[in-house]
Structures are given as structure tokens and as C-alpha cells.
Design a protein around this ligand. Structure first.
Ligand code: FAD
Length: 332
């Protein structure tokens, strides 16, 4: 498909209450930069039912224009209805680039859409820029098990589409809403929607871990030695008002659930403070946390690679360092 404009689109996914999910608002930040470099508008696309709050959210986070499809058949995400709506909009307006959050729904819609549009999709990106030579978006993502970062261009097809991991970019503070809102009347007949939502089974409350939204994370790795080794990690997290995280080694050992895993096959986080306890700093772990503002590493091995990315390092036994830190912080 030919691009009709130089506009950059961000799909702003919605929550059950009709507000915007964080990842769509996060993407409006790099979206602004790419749109300016491409010489087009920054457009947020909102699809759902009763999604006025998401329209306001997208506007307040910097979109020049919000295109909204609001109809009952979009109350729940379905591949058929959402892909049809997005395809209709892209066919009508012809953006040059589309960014989608790599959420479960985004990861479902992106490939279906790119196949229908006969264009490329770069999945699970962790970096975005414009290639200075060709003017295409330079999509960066981990490749070969996270052992290298690949930069991918989509030179021949439009729109260029990529899914981007939640938590990679920081959401800007909301400002004055200034976007033009375009309301599209688009409907999908019930017989065209081949799936039906029968039931929603919620994760147990204890497993709802908001690592992506946390300002401070204290993570434990294989160095904690067992499930009970997370006690001093949790104690420090409690005094700091932090969320607990973990490396895959700790998760795979069954010491803590996967909901806490940070890294390439876990969550991508960018807190103000990340404290890594007994974590060696494998590239797949770094892929999920190296965007943190300040990294503190506690490890008994002075040569552990985590110290290469740490702003502050403590060489020592975490079972001595963590209780001492916790006691000192309690005194503040
Ligand atoms: P280790 O590498 O074993 O390190 C333990 C560290 O603890 C050591 O540095 C040791 O010196 C230190 N230590 C031990 N005892 C103490 C003590 N008492 N006090 C202080 N320090 C101590 N990993 C992830 O974390 N997240 C991912 O999402 C992820 N995805 C992956 C995807 C793929 C495709 C692959 C191949 C791997 C992935 N991994 C991931 C695994 C990754 O390669 C590492 O194996 C893992 O991160 C190691 O976890 P760790 O640092 O806790 O353990």
C-alpha cells in the first residue's frame, strides 16, 4: 500500500474503563520525535466502546489528532473486529508508520494487520529512530536469543509497522489537550466476528505485579539461593515502597512466579531506581532493565557483568548488605 501522508500513527489501546493503557501514551513520546523527523502529524488511533477518556488521554499526551472508532462491537478485543477497523482507517488515511504496544492484544493485531496490508512488521522493539540515509524507521529489537540487538528497516512497503514493548519509553506528564478529534463511523457485522468472549478469568490478586509502573524495583536473582532468600529483598522493597522483581534463574527455579520476571522473556521496566541483588547481569536480563534511571548492583563477585551497567555497586554478600541497608533506611 502507498502512504498517502507522512503521518505517524500510534495505536492507543484502551482499558475496561475506557481510559488509555499506559503503553499507548508511552509511545506518543518517541512518536512525536519520529513524526517530526518524517515531517508528518502525530496521530493517536483509539478503538473501543465508551472510550472518551482514552481520547482525552491521547490528546493530553501530545497527539495532534485522535481518530476514534467507538461502537458496541468493539467493547472487547477481537482479532476480526479490531483488524477490520484498523485496516479501514489505514486504507482511508494512508499513514507512513504505525506503532503498536506489544501487549497480548497488540501482538495479536499487529501481525494480522501487516499480513492483510502486505507490509512488514518488526515485533517486540526496544528502540526507535529514523535511519538518516533512507529516512525509514530504524526499529531495534533483540535477536538470536537476545545476544545481539538488530536494527531493521522496512524500505519497500507502507505503512511500516512495529510492536514496542511496554515500559521501554517513559510516559510524559499530561499537558493541555489540543488534538483535533476525528470520529469515524465504522461497524463490523456480528457474523464477521468469529470469536466470542465467554468468560474472563482474572489472575489471583497476588499475581498482579505492576512492575512496568513501579518507580523503584528491588530484584532478586539466583544469588538469593531459594524462596526464603527473597525475604531480605522484600524487606528492603517494603521500606522503600518498591516492587519486587526477579531474574529468570530465580523464576525457573520456582522461587517466585513468572509475573515478577524482568528481562527479555519477562517484563521491560524503566524505574527511577533498580536494585539488582544476586543477579549476574546476563544480556537477557539487561534487555529488560537497562533503561532504568539509576541501577544499584549488590553481588559478591566483583567481576559480575551487572557492575558494567550499574551506577553504584556493592561487592558483598546480599544477606549482610540488604538487612544493613534496610535498617539504615528505616532510620531516615
Ligand atoms: P546467575 O547468572 O547464576 O547469577 C547469580 C549471581 O548471584 C552471580 O553473579 C553471583 O555472584 C551472585 N551471588 C550468589 N550468591 C550471592 C550472595 N550471597 N550475595 C550476593 N551475590 C551473590 N534472564 C532474565 O533474568 N530475564 C529474562 O527475561 C531472560 N530471558 C531469557 C531468554 C532467553 C532466550 C535465554 C536464552 C535466556 C534468558 N534469560 C533471562 C536467562 C539469562 O541468560 C540468565 O541465565 C539469567 O538472567 C541469570 O539469572 P541470575 O543473574 O539470577 O543468575
Amino acid at each position: 500500500m502507498e502512504a498517502k501522508t507522512k503521518d505517524l500513527w500510534v495505536y492507543v489501546e484502551t482499558k475496561e474503563d475506557g481510559s488509555a493503557k499506559s503503553v499507548g501514551l508511552e509511545l506518543l513520546g518517541p512518536g512525536r520525535d519520529l513524526a517530526d523527523k518524517q515531517g508528518g502529524k502525530l496521530v493517536a488511533v483509539v478503538i473501543g466502546s465508551g472510550v472518551e477518556q482514552a481520547v482525552s488521554d491521547a490528546s493530553a499526551h501530545g497527539a495532534d489528532q485522535v481518530i476514534v472508532v467507538d461502537a458496541p462491537e468493539f467493547k472487547e478485543y477481537t482479532t476480526d473486529a479490531y483488524t477490520a477497523a484498523m485496516y479501514y482507517l489505514i486504507d482511508k488515511y494512508g499513514p507512513t508508520t504505525l506503532l503498536i504496544g506489544a501487549t497480548p492484544d497488540g501482538r495479536d493485531m499487529g501481525p494480522r494487520l501487516s499480513c492483510r496490508l502486505k507490509t512488514g512488521l518488526t515485533a517486540d522493539c526496544t528502540g526507535l529512530d529514523i535511519d538518516p540515509e533512507s529516512g525509514n524507521v530504524a526499529w531495534t529489537r533483540p535477536a538470536f536469543g537476545g545476544n545481539l540487538m538488530a536494527t531493521i528497516l522496512c524500505p519497500d512497503h507502507r505503512p511500516q509497522i512495529g510492536t514496542v514493548r511496554p515500559g521501554v519509553f517513559k510516559k510524559s506528564a499530561p499537558g493541555n489537550a489540543k488534538a483535533e478529534v476525528v470520529r469515524e463511523e465504522f461497524h463490523v457485522a456480528p457474523e464477521q466476528i468469529r470469536t466470542e468472549l465467554l468468560e474472563v478469568i482474572r489472575e489471583a490478586a497476588g499475581e498482579l505485579v505492576d512492575l512496568e509502573g513501579a518507580d523503584i524495583i528491588v530484584s532478586g536473582g539466583r544469588g538469593v539461593g531459594g524462596p526464603e532468600g527473597f525475604a531480605p529483598v522484600k524487606a528492603l522493597a517494603d521500606v522503600l515502597g518498591a516492587t519486587v522483581g526477579a531474574s529468570r534463574a530465580a523464576v525457573d527455579s520456582g522461587w517466585i512466579s513468572h509475573a515478577y520476571q524482568v528481562g527479555q522473556t519477562g517484563k521491560t521496566v524503566a524505574p527511577k531506581l533498580y536494585i539488582a541483588c544476586g543477579i549476574s547481569g546476563a544480556i537477557q536480563h539487561l534487555a529488560g532493565m537497562s533503561g532504568s534511571d539509576c541501577i544499584v548492583a549488590i553481588n559478591k563477585d566483583p567481576d559480575a557483568p551487572i557492575f558494567d551497567v550499574a551506577d553504584y555497586g556493592i561487592v558483598g554478600n546480599l544477606f549482610e548488605v540488604l538487612p544493613a541497608l534496610t535498617e539504615e533506611i528505616k532510620k531516615l
